[in-house]
Design a protein around this ligand. Structure first.
Ligand code: ADP
Ligand code: ADP
Ligand code: MG
Length: 447
């Protein structure tokens, strides 16, 4: 078993990983930026090392400083969390080269799957249904127009290196396509330093349903059911739940089996998520595979009683999965909401600042994953997510009631958050009645 894990992340996910390690008797090393001197992850870990100034590229993305810290502190492994270096091929490769276990899949698979266009081709070959679109990358506007003519409008242009909902644009006509092409190219170059793009059919009114995978280094693989993440703003999730209310038992089984088969075929080990779009006729299409733990992993933990972070660590330690598909029983319903320091009325603009007062909800079936506390100063340099509330009920109705009562109790003073906006969603009749898709927020609230 691994003995000392360096956590190359911050915020609630760093805290989540530190806690899992502590339960397992594994020592932890936190890294922090100058802006995070008083952060919770810095305080909670067994050791904490400052690795640079506030900007991410000088600290949480500073590969050299992080690897040196791992060596100096004698860490045998690095957990990257999500975001930051979690899907960085070079980082995972360097870890391997210096004999530090990267808690995630082999860098070659990160490379393959991080290129969304290549990943799509690979999955197609592995027998997974994919959205119709360009074969590989698009190299010119003319080519984009050609493909769009073949698959018909609307189409969606996507950055092959994209993530976090960025580098995605829809076009309903040739004129729009011409404009969006330039925008996506630019956005992809700026955000990912890689302007390669691909094009696919825009699936109208779909649900986003993803399968959680666990696979060990000996070819054993299971899935932990699905998560429905259709409630999104700007292609980014803000509320997730499991089970999904849209898919039938047969579709669930089929999606799970296909996801497991594909994972085995590509030789993937560790936790991973295969994201699908599901249309009105229960047809589903591969979108991308995320080669890391996801923000919304807790809902799966609630209904399966499996700790996904601990499983990641066990797999990275070289243990065999001690679970079979038949061991996985889905118990009840779970829902998560992401509370962000942002202003929904100003196009979800981030709102950093100092939290002057805080009361967190609790109680039966209510879990809060966060790193904030009263007096905490939310830095402007990082992601705006403050906390996740996760509830576990017998039914979806019970989960919604629990979530509403938890949110009614929550107090965050001093900064703007999306709490009221999330409460509106929970009260929305179409949401309650299962009458929604990925464009819900746009349609209901004009955002
Ligand atoms: P998911 O994990 O379900 O794919 P998202 O795609 O919305 O969820 O969010 C994951 C991505 O968003 C990360 O890869 C990262 O780019 C960014 N992100 C979200 N929250 C954080 C955070 N607390 N710290 C760093 N990056 C974050
Ligand atoms: P990211 O890497 O940023 O998470 P994804 O490829 O997972 O990007 O897409 C993010 C979201 O964009 C999806 O959850 C979905 O709502 C929307 N989306 C992506 N591709 C399509 C498509 N072909 N048709 C309709 N919506 C799509
Ligand atoms: Mg995605």
């Amino acid at each position: 078993m691994l003995k000392k894990v360096l956590i190359a992340n911050r915020g609630e996910i760093a805290v989540r990983i530190i806690r899992a390690c502590r339960e397992m008797g594994i020592r932890t090393v936190a890294i922090y930026s100058e802006a995070d001197k008083n952060a919770l992850h810095t305080t909670l870990a067994d050791e904490a090392i400052c690795i640079g100034p506030a900007p991410s590229n000088k600290s949480y993305l500073n590969v050299k400083a992080i690897l040196e810290t791992a060596c100096l502190t004698g860490a045998d492994s690095i957990h990257p969390g999500f975001g930051f270096l979690s899907e960085n091929v070079n980082f995972a490769k360097m870890c391997e080269e210096i004999g530090i276990k990267f808690i995630g899949p082999n860098y070659k698979l990160i490379e393959l799957l991080g290129n969304k266009s290549k990943a799509k081709e690979t999955m197609k070959d592995a027998g997974v249904p994919v959205v119709e679109g360009s074969e590989g990358l698009i190299y010119s506007k003319e080519q984009a127009i050609e493909v769009a003519k073949k698959i018909n409008y609307p189409v969606i242009l996507k950055a092959s290196a994209g993530g976090g909902g960025r580098g995605i644009r829809i076009a309903y006509s040739e004129d729009e396509l011409k404009k969006q092409y330039d925008i996506v190219k630019k956005e992809a170059k700026n955000s990912f330093n890689d302007d390669s793009i691909y094009i696919e059919k825009y699936i109208e009114n779909p649900r986003h349903v993803e399968i959680q995978i666990l696979a060990d280094e000996y070819g054993n693989c299971i899935h932990l059911g699905e998560r429905d993440c259709s409630i999104q703003r700007r292609n980014q999730k803000i509320l997730e739940e499991t089970p999904s209310t849209i898919i039938s038992h047969a579709t669930r089984k089929k999606m799970g089996e296909i996801a497991v088969k594909a994972t085995k075929k590509i030789g993937y080990a560790n936790a991973g998520t295969i994201e699908f779009l599901v249309d009105k006729n229960q047809k589903f299409y591969f979108m991308e595979m995320n080669t890391r733990v996801q923000v919304e992993h807790p809902v799966t933990e609630m209904v399966t009683n499996i700790d996904i972070i601990k499983e990641q660590i066990k797999i990275a330690s070289g243990e065999k999965l001690n679970l079979s598909q038949d061991d996985i029983k889905i118990n009840g319903h779970s829902m998560e909401v992401r509370i962000n320091a942002e202003n929904p009325d100003k196009n979800f603009m981030p709102c950093p600042g100092t939290i002057t007062g805080l009361h967190l909800p609790g109680g039966n079936g209510i879990r809060v994953d966060t790193a904030i506390y009263s007096g905490y100063k939310v830095p402007q340099n990082y992601d705006s997510m403050l906390l996740k509330i996760i509830v576990h009920g017998k039914t979806r109705e019970e989960s919604i009631s629990k979530m509403k009562s938890a949110i009614a109790e929550l107090v965050i003073d001093g900064i703007d958050t999306n709490v009221d906006f999330i409460y509106e969603i929970l009260k929305n009749e179409n949401f309650k009645n299962n009458n929604y898709d990925t464009s819900f927020i746009h349609k209901e609230y004009g955002m």
